[in-house]
Design a protein around this ligand. Structure first.
Ligand SMILES: [Mg+2]
Length: 412
């Protein structure tokens, strides 16, 4: 697996061209152009040519020295140091300006090329198209992960096998969010996801909260994660329950931006996993997408499910796979059938001893893609340990009223 990184704002904690500009005192011209380029409002190549025209008049050697001092994100740098052979930097920036910076990063770096004479840039020769580097590694049979934040990373992301949009320096370009697999706003979370992708799996449990659906049966015109329960959004209550879990992954689709905004009020280190096909798929697909690069033990949690805080604490300490159920409270439901030892033997639409509510825990080795429901993914694994919990899901408006009432006394 190869990890291809954008440079500006992804590895460096600031955009490099504005730093050069401010060093030479021409920041205003550059700043506006950079801002509009990152947002995708000026085509990258045009903008880059215009910026090189301005900055090329200044000393190349001095530029190299300025860029050498640009700070790097320590956790990103740590990952690169630990995987030097598999990390590659791709930047539109000029290799003649970045020579020192590339050396400091310490892995293979690709940039745009220019002719220099008398310590000045005289001619731009090539502008790097990042997707070509992606294609080159894929042609060698590599699986490519692309990590970037700007609109000029869009094609490279599209060509790569997996893509991570990052919002470390500024929010990632909106265009990336309609195609990326992950969006991450925190460098420790990014380090964690990169390590997981490279096969270094953490020992702790992961929690995957599925919030991609449209919540149509509820009729509030909101995805369920954002529904207010006694003055708190449902997702904020979930986050309180999982405050001690390191690897919390939230699957998003419908109203993704609103969920991201709400979640980031409470926690920065969440790994957001996209289910772009949320309209055509069910919870199984969301769970798969959230779990495929997680730790080995994965707790599946529906975004509309509330479980009594004491039971949550208990569940987080259980090791191994399990399926949770609760006493029957809903009319329309999936039932579980249990054996004399309390193990879940099957699911049924007609009748059973308890109501299937989730959560459930699965080893990653048992994860198989399924566009149907989560319980369909657990069916082949039965019989499985069953755990009775006080769990309530919010499917309909009546559920919503009932759960609001029940949870009033809960201490989150
Ligand atoms: Mg960038």
């Amino acid at each position: 697996m190869k990890f291809l990184f954008d440079l500006d704002g992804t590895i460096t904690s600031a955009e490099t061209l504005p730093i050069i500009a401010s060093h030479f005192g021409c920041q205003e011209q550059i700043a506006e152009l950079t801002r509009r380029t990152v947002q995708g409002n000026v085509p990258f190549v045009e903008s880059f040519i215009r910026r090189v025209n301005i900055l090329g008049n200044y000393s190349v050697e001095e530029t190299v020295r300025v860029l050498e001092k640009v700070p790097l994100y320590p956790e990103v740098k740590r990952f690169i140091d630990e995987h030097k052979e598999d990390c590659i930097v791709v930047t539109g920036n000029l290799t003649c300006w970045c020579a020192g910076l590339f050396k400091k990063i310490g892995c293979q770096c690709y940039g745009s090329e220019a002719d220099c004479e008398n310590d000045k840039v005289v001619k731009l020769k090539t502008v790097l198209r990042k997707e070509q580097i992606v294609d080159r590694y894929k042609a060698l049979g590599e699986t490519v992960v692309f990590i970037g934040d700007g609109n000029n990373d869009l094609e490279a992301m599209r060509h790569s096998n997996f893509s991570i949009a990052v919002g470390l320096t500024h929010n990632p370009a909106q265009s990336l969010l309609s195609i990326c697999d992950y969006v991450i706003f925190d460098e420790t979370a990014l380090y964690r996801q990169l390590s997981q992708l490279s096969g270094e799996i953490g020992k702790n449990k992961s929690v995957v909260i599925s919030c991609a659906g449209i919540g149509s049966r509820l009729g509030l015109g909101l995805t369920k994660a954002l529904v207010q329960i006694n003055g708190n959004s449902l997702i904020s209550l979930q986050l309180k329950l999982f405050k001690d879990v390191e690897d919390v992954r939230i699957v998003i689709g419908f109203q993704a931006n609103d969920i991201i905004e709400e979640v980031r009020k409470y926690r920065g280190d969440i790994i957001f996993c996209y289910n772009h096909r949320y309209f055509e798929t069910k919870t199984g697909a969301s769970f798969f997408l959230g779990a495929r690069h997680a730790n080995n033990e994965i707790i599946e949690w529906d975004g509309d499910l509330l479980v009594h805080p004491d039971d949550v604490r208990k569940l987080l300490n259980v090791s191994g796979e399990y399926i949770c159920y609760s006493d029957k409270t809903s009319e329309e439901t999936i039932f579980v059938r249990t054996d004399s030892e309390g193990r879940v033997v099957s699911f049924s639409r007609d009748c059973g001893d308890y109501e299937w509510t989730g959560p459930a825990c699965m080893f990653k080795r048992n994860l198989v893609y399924n566009s149907n429901n989560v319980f369909n993914m657990f069916e082949p694994l039965c019989p499985m340990r069953g755990i009775n919990v006080r769990a309530y899901d919010i499917d309909t408006y009546n559920d919503y009223l009932r759960v609001s009432e029940i949870t009033k006394q809960w201490k989150f």
